[in-house]
Design a protein. Sequence first.
Length: 244
Amino acid sequence: MPVSALSVLNPEALDDYIDLRSVPQHRYFGKNDIIDRLRLAVPFDYIFISGLDVDHYRFGQGFSIDTDLPPAFIEAYMDDQVLKHDPFIMAAKAASTVVVESDVYQEHEVPQRLLYLQRTFQVHNRTLIPILRDSTVYGAVGVTRTYPFNADEISFLSLVAEAIHTAFSKPLLQRFAADQMKLSKGEIACLAQASLGLTSEGIGKATGYQVETVNSYIKSATKKLSASNRTHATAEAIRLRLIS
């Protein structure tokens, strides 16, 4: 599986793609200012940012990875289907807290092909921080280094992981929001009325929904839009042209 030399942080990077499915699944971003600044705080060899808060694109599915890992490593790893037998990834998919490669390897047999690839490309001590919405792990930020990360470094990385993930996933979600957010008709209707300044009671009268239903629709729409509150969700929906 080829790795595309594509940084989604470039404002024009996604212009040639018509939907999320057409965007290369594995993207090599090379030198990046955000990542370089992070390295000043915690030195690491490589980083990978995986998963989107969209069905079928979440962490562990392998359908959305931005990384500076060597492209040849990613290609061999995916072509040889190492993902399916990697105990580190299997442990990470079942975890909601930080996963450290050395801890996993003490408990599980490691495929020889994986060990060979890690030695060849110097990809060691993978440490992964899951990104959650409620109880759903939808993304992850992972780093590697030839020597282990200490507790203070892991603590710092855990604090900034969500911001790093958001920086890389936001351009994709914004570009293809209409196709991927999958807002229901009820959610869109409630947001449209909220954009007029109506309260939940007013939205209920305008749409025919009960107030509890209105609040439920707006709450779920707010989550889907990664917004902080009703006003933010309405503004995002307008900006993304989900409502007029």
